[in-house]
Design a protein. Structure first.
Length: 191
């Protein structure tokens, strides 16, 4: 005996999608720094130095002395000659007094006195160097620096953002179906 059967055929539904992708644009404009440096102020002060030129010794070297200086030099020369004469006389007296030492003091003194002496010039100056004395007293520099700083005024620019959203559209590519058949309804039965 045949039993009726149900036969099913199913097709699945298929969904199709149309996708438009989103578009995003981001632009970042550059920021502006706006930095300014104020110039510093520098003040330089130089006090005047003093220059001293002393040519008095050079004038003396070429015998251009003033009357006071010439008088003082002559007095010094006279004093020095007097002291040398006193010393010489005293030395000769000491030599004559020591005759008991069996030295011939009179011969030694006369021999020394008979020799020519170096001639001395009263008004002669020294000829060493040029005789000009130069002195310079400098004053130090005074440098004042005044910093004036900087100013900064940044200008920040916001980003430019453009966004076009995407779109998804669904559609049925194939509809689902279910087909049901009954097999074996017609029975041929013989008893």
């Amino acid at each position: 005996m045949r039993i009726p059967q149900i036969q099913m055929q199913q097709t699945y539904a298929q969904l199709g999608l149309n996708i438009n992708k989103p578009v995003q644009e981001i632009q970042q404009p550059r920021a502006e720094l706006n930095l300014r440096q104020e110039p510093a102020i520098i003040e330089i002060r130089q006090a005047k130095g003093s220059l001293t030129i002393d040519s008095s010794e050079a004038r003396e070297n070429i015998d251009m002395r003033g009357p006071l200086r010439r008088t003082r030099d002559n007095a010094d020369y006279g004093y020095r000659m007097a002291m040398e004469a006193i010393a010489s006389i005293s030395e000769e007296g000491d030599q004559l007094r020591s005759i008991e030492n069996k030295q011939d003091a009179i011969v030694a003194i006369s021999e020394r006195e008979s020799m020519p002496r170096e001639s001395e010039i009263i008004a002669a100056g020294s000829i060493v160097g040029d005789g000009i004395e130069i002195r310079y007293n400098f004053q130090p520099l005074d440098i004042q620096v005044q910093e004036r700083g900087k100013t900064m005024d940044p200008e920040i620019k916001r980003p430019i953002h453009n966004y076009k959203p995407g779109k998804v559209e669904g559609y049925m590519l194939r509809w689902g179906s279910l087909q049901i058949d009954v097999i074996g309804l017609h029975m041929d039965q013989r008893i």
